[in-house]
Design a protein. Structure first.
Length: 313
């Protein structure tokens, strides 16, 4: 697994291949050596003009230059309107953009309080999510699901991926009980994959933080957060610091590994009971029934006890 995101490692490799040190690159850009170092370690997202200047200095190929500029564009702080994207380009465009940001990152941290995290969704769950808005054509629905399925491939690459879900998100029923039971089994399977951790915050946990939306942290250089109105990319270091602090608090609340899988199985069992309500009702009634002699015994008054006092002379 790479120890740096794609942008950082590519720029660093290009500089070394050009036989330059950070000071020489900084002098060419008219900036500080520290700025170059921060770009190459993923602390800052370089501006488009910086990318173009560095690519020219390092004699990067046209293809690499295009990839670098696209990567920077994908991490732009400009908040695109979700409805405009659906109407003009299709929801799959946003899925592709987030997918590129994920593939360019060495470490991905995701939290969702109200739905299953996108890369961990099953196709059936994805379909329920995308059809829920009613805004997508059949063609866009198919493309959106395909784009999200492609994003999910990152969970099989050994990349450092951590997912945190609230129990409320797991109990927000999408599709039907069968879809949810399959989805929870898939989450449990994902938790065994190399590089992937799945944390569950159960409903019994007392919390003092109330995140208003889900978010993804890409390395420590960018964050995406989505609402019903827009998906926003944050690259300002101050914003990223706030989200990383929030992540640390959520991480401390979550259950992990075998304990997390235990919560997933507990919730999945509830969905399986919903799949066969008659059997669930029969089992419930059976647990309430008792043999007549048990009821009689339970309500029989206690036997009188005679106490004999013996006086010892």
């Amino acid at each position: 697994m790479a120890d740096q995101d794609w942008i950082s490692s590519t720029l660093r490799s290009l500089r070394k291949a050009a036989g330059l040190n950070a000071a020489a690159a900084a002098q060419h850009l008219g900036t500080s050596t520290r700025r170059i170092s921060n770009i190459e370690t993923g602390r800052f997202v370089p501006r488009d003009d910086e990318i173009q200047a560095l690519a020219e200095l390092y004699h990067a190929s046209p293809a690499v230059r295009r990839q670098l500029r696209q990567a920077i564009s994908d991490l732009s702080s400009e908040p695109p309107k979700a409805r405009a994207i659906i109407a003009q380009h299709g929801a799959y465009k946003m899925q592709q953009r987030i997918g590129r940001a994920e593939n360019e990152s060495a470490r991905i941290r995701s939290f969702q309080p109200c739905m299953i995290i996108g890369t961990a969704q099953t196709p059936a769950y994805m379909k329920a999510v995308f059809t829920g808005s009613g805004d997508l054509t059949a063609a866009d629905l198919e493309k959106s699901i395909a784009a999200r399925v492609a994003r999910a491939e990152i969970l099989g690459t050994g990349r450092d991926v951590t997912l945190i879900q609230t129990e409320g998100a797991l109990r927000w029923q999408a599709g039907n009980p069968a879809v949810m039971a399959e989805q929870l089994a898939h989450l449990a399977e994902i938790s065994y994959r190399p590089g992937v951790r799945v944390g569950i915050i159960p409903w019994t946990t007392v919390v003092s933080r109330f995140p208003r939306s889900g978010f993804h942290i890409f390395d420590s250089r960018a964050v995406t957060a989505a609402t019903d109105a827009a998906t926003t990319f944050y690259t300002d270091p101050g914003d990223i610091t706030l989200y990383e602090k929030l992540w640390g608090e959520l991480e401390a609340l979550a259950s992990w590994d075998a304990e997390a899988r235990g919560h997933l199985e507990r919730i999945a069992a509830d969905y399986r009971r919903l799949q066969n309500p008659r059997e669930s009702l029969r089992a419930l009634l059976g647990s309430l029934r008792r043999p007549a002699h048990d009821v009689i015994r339970q309500h029989r008054p206690p036997a009188r006890r005679e106490v004999v006092l013996v006086r010892i002379v």
